[in-house]
Design a protein. Structure first.
Length: 152
C-alpha cells in the first residue's frame, strides 16, 4: 500500500469515528466556476458539507466551520440566485447583516437563521453570525430536515 492510499485509509477511519450514527450529511454541489474559485482557499468537495444529527448542526467549508444546537435554529428558507462575485471562493461575510455564506454554486441554497448568533468566519469567535447560507446539493432535503427537527 502506497503512502497516499494509507493516508486516505486513515482519514476515512477517523471520519467514521467522528460521525454519529443518526447524523445526516449534505454535501455541497459545486458549479465548475465556483470549484476553481474556491480551490486556493482550501475548499474542496470532501471538505464542504452540512451535517445534522439529533441535536446539532455542523457545517464545514474548507477551513471554516460552524457548530450550533438545533434549538438555536430560528428559521429556514430556500433562497437564490446569488451573484458570482459576491459568493464565489472563500466563506463570505455580509457586511450589512454579518451573515455567513458558504457558496459552491449561484443557483440556490438554504438560509438558516439563528436565535443567538454563532461563530464561524474567524478563529477567535468574536465575530458572530445571525445566519448562515449554504448551497448544498439537496437544498430541499436539508430545509425539510431542519424544519422537521426544529419545528420552524
Amino acid at each position: 500500500m502506497g503512502y497516499r492510499a494509507s493516508v486516505t485509509a486513515v482519514t476515512i477511519a477517523r471520519r467514521a469515528q467522528r460521525a454519529t450514527p443518526d447524523a445526516q450529511r449534505f454535501p455541497f454541489r459545486f458549479a465548475p466556476a465556483y470549484r476553481w474559485a474556491s480551490l486556493p482557499f482550501g475548499v474542496r468537495p470532501e471538505r464542504a458539507w452540512v451535517e445534522i444529527d439529533a441535536d446539532s448542526l455542523r457545517a464545514r467549508f474548507g477551513p471554516w466551520r460552524l457548530h450550533t444546537a438545533l434549538t438555536n435554529v430560528a428559521a429556514v428558507q430556500i433562497t437564490g440566485p446569488y451573484a458570482f462575485l459576491k459568493t464565489a471562493g472563500p466563506a463570505h461575510l455580509g457586511f450589512t447583516d454579518r451573515g455567513l455564506t458558504f457558496a459552491s454554486n449561484g443557483e440556490k441554497g438554504v438560509l438558516i437563521s439563528f436565535h443567538r448568533p454563532v461563530a464561524g468566519i474567524e478563529p477567535t469567535g468574536r465575530l458572530r453570525h445571525p445566519e448562515l447560507t449554504v448551497t448544498v446539493a439537496d437544498v430541499t432535503g436539508l430545509a425539510a430536515l431542519l424544519r422537521a427537527r426544529t419545528a420552524t
